[in-house]
Design a protein around this ligand. Structure first.
Ligand SMILES: NC(=O)c1ccc[n+]([C@@H]2O[C@H](COP(=O)([O-])OP(=O)(O)OC[C@H]3O[C@@H](n4cnc5c(N)ncnc54)[C@H](OP(=O)(O)O)[C@@H]3O)[C@@H](O)[C@H]2O)c1
Length: 311
């Protein structure tokens, strides 16, 4: 598909290419003719998925350094790895994998980048609005202080590991909840709503910062191709909404009622810390820097985003 960010072809290393976001980013960059090196736990599956023009290397983010052969002539790295956060209850082992897959991989990338000659031009890494912690109605821009809690701590350590890299530009994208037609948060919300038994979570007053997956992919390509930008960006739509509003828009898009709120106490009993850190947490982030620096959203409003994804 044609993209306005098409400029010159590059050799780009991608981690997390098999994931929800990585799959779309990889496919788009392949269509633009870039040479891609992919790192993952199952390199054969990566080659089967994306075809013979990609080069894939075996790599476990929780323990391996970046293979030397993967780095030759690489101009840019797009780092999208991360153990899934939205599983049911978090065990101590799950929490360790969530932390290690982000921090150890960030350290491995930073270390690998220091040996590159010529110097790496661009490093783009996922981070998350989880860095802000639970912030009520506060409007969160990139200048807001990080918060507290397990996921905030993970994000702070993740950003700090990646920031040690040697690159002309290091771009940290703090993703909001990524809305996609396949997988991710929306696919978990849909079954009860389709059955007409969906409802707000807890009080419904908590803010949700979301982004349509196509806008996120375009933002990653924009970050790659816009040599004047650098640093931290909230990768969220300009219209965060409360959980109550999200529930109403989702139900009306599906033409179903949303009458059955799920009490916070039930979520906490069933899912523990995971519910408090993801479903009940309030984060009202806005993409101030991306908008100031010229990024435009195809799906700025939730109504348009959900109509597109669910039609
Ligand atoms: N989706 C969201 O709403 C959202 C929101 C905020 C932040 N993020 C962050 O954005 C990044 C990408 O998200 P996503 O939704 O695309 O995630 P995803 O679909 O769960 O994909 C995660 C990717 O990480 C890889 N991975 C996980 N552990 C690994 C390990 N130990 N070694 C090597 N590869 C490993 C997976 O590879 P396998 O195929 O081998 O499992 C997969 O490619 C993650 O860091 C996530 O935390 C996502």
């Amino acid at each position: 598909m044609f993209s306005i960010y098409r400029e010159h072809t590059m050799k780009i290393l991608i981690t997390g290419a098999s994931g929800l976001i990585g799959t779309k980013v990889t496919q788009k960059l392949l269509n633009q003719g870039h040479r891609l090196v992919l790192l993952g736990r199952d390199p054969i599956r990566l080659t089967e998925k994306f075809g013979p023009s990609v080069t894939a290397f075996a790599w476990d983010a929780t323990r391996d350094p970046i293979p030397n052969d993967a780095l030759s002539e690489v101009e840019a790295i797009i780092h999208l790895v991360g153990e899934t956060i939205g599983t049911l209850r978090w065990s101590a082992e799950t929490k360790r994998a969530i932390l290690d897959s982000r921090i150890k991989s960030g350290q491995a990338i930073a270390q690998a980048s220091q040996s590159l000659s010529p110097r790496l031009k661009t490093l783009i890494s996922a981070s998350a609005v989880g860095i802000y912690g639970n912030r009520g109605n506060d409007l969160l821009t990139e200048n807001s202080e990080p918060g507290s809690g397990f996921l905030s701590d993970v994000c702070q350590k993740w950003e700090s590991a990646v920031s040690a890299a040697s690159a002309d530009r290091t771009i940290l994208l703090r993703f909001g909840i990524v809305l996609s037609e396949k997988g991710g948060a929306l696919s978990k919300m849909l079954p009860p709503f389709k059955l007409g038994v969906g409802g707000r979570l807890g009080s419904g007053e908590q803010w949700m910062s979301w982004i349509h997956v196509d806008d996120l992919v375009e933002m990653i390509l924009w970050a790659l191709q816009t040599s004047s930008i650098n640093g931290v960006f909230n990768a969220t739509s300009p219209e965060p909404v409360t959980n109550q509003r999200f529930t109403e828009v989702l139900a009306s898009t599906l033409r179903r009622p949303a009458l059955l709120p799920v009490p916070a106490i039930a979520l906490k009993l069933a899912l523990g810390e995971m519910a408090e850190e993801t479903l009940l947490v309030s984060q009202r982030a806005v993409p101030e820097r991306a908008q100031t620096q010229g990024f435009t959203f195809q799906y700025p409003s939730l109504v348009g985003a959900l109509e597109n994804l669910l039609s």
